[in-house]
Design a protein around this ligand. Structure first.
Ligand SMILES: [Cu+2]
Length: 205
């Protein structure tokens, strides 16, 4: 009889210690887990034309995590760099069962026809998880202004590009904007990659 008592005591002590440790682990991981990404806006529905000639839009993107960029093919300035940065995101974000979609909106839709976008996309090594969208000026303008709230300069002639923002936007499966990142800032791009993975690996709501 007597030998049983210490054994029980040890077991109890062991269990207590185990629960305390488990609690510590939970607390520690809760502390380590960062705040959820903020919801910065909701995108309106849209339909645009992809470089393939197919109509694609919000209905095709709902349920996926995606990254938007705003570029135009005849840009002499920052777009070539932004496009290279998007290109570099393809491989790391295409791993796994659920690739993050990249979506480049042309802000010069009058010039950037699907054919022009196709050539530009090929030149930048764009794969299937990267779309290039064009459409009417009004349709593009509406998504950028009412959806992404990115800087817009629309005071030029109708044939001129609409805007020049170097921002990328991260969008969740519910079409909510969850982050903005400067496409020319390496630290921001690292953050974008981490945030995109995080959203992708989040259980579906
Ligand atoms: Cu540009």
């Amino acid at each position: 009889m007597t030998p049983a008592t210490p054994t029980v005591a040890v077991r109890r002590g062991g269990r207590g210690l185990a629960s305390a440790l488990a609690l510590l682990v939970v607390v520690a991981s809760a502390c380590r887990r960062s705040e959820p990404l903020p919801v910065l806006g909701m995108l309106p529905g849209f339909d645009l034309t992809e470089r393939s000639g197919k109509t694609v839009g919000s209905d095709d993107l709902r349920g996926r995590v995606w990254i938007a960029g705003f570029i135009f093919t005849r840009c002499p300035d920052v777009c070539p760099l932004l496009t290279r940065r998007l290109a570099e995101l393809q491989a790391p974000l295409a791993d796994g069962r659920d690739p993050v979609q990249l979506v480049a909106f042309s802000v010069d839709p009058g010039h950037d026809t699907p054919e022009v976008l196709r050539e530009y996309a090929d030149r930048h090594g764009a794969g299937p998880h990267w779309w290039f969208l064009t459409g009417t000026r009004d349709a593009i303008f509406a998504v950028l202004r009412d959806g992404f709230h990115v800087a817009i300069a629309d005071n030029g002639p109708p044939s001129a590009p609409i805007t020049h923002s170097d921002r990328f936007a991260l969008v969740d499966r519910q079409m909510q904007i969850r982050g903005y990142y400067h496409g020319s800032d390496p630290q921001d791009l690292a953050r974008l990659q981490a945030d995109a993975r995080r959203l992708r690996d989040e259980p579906a709501a």
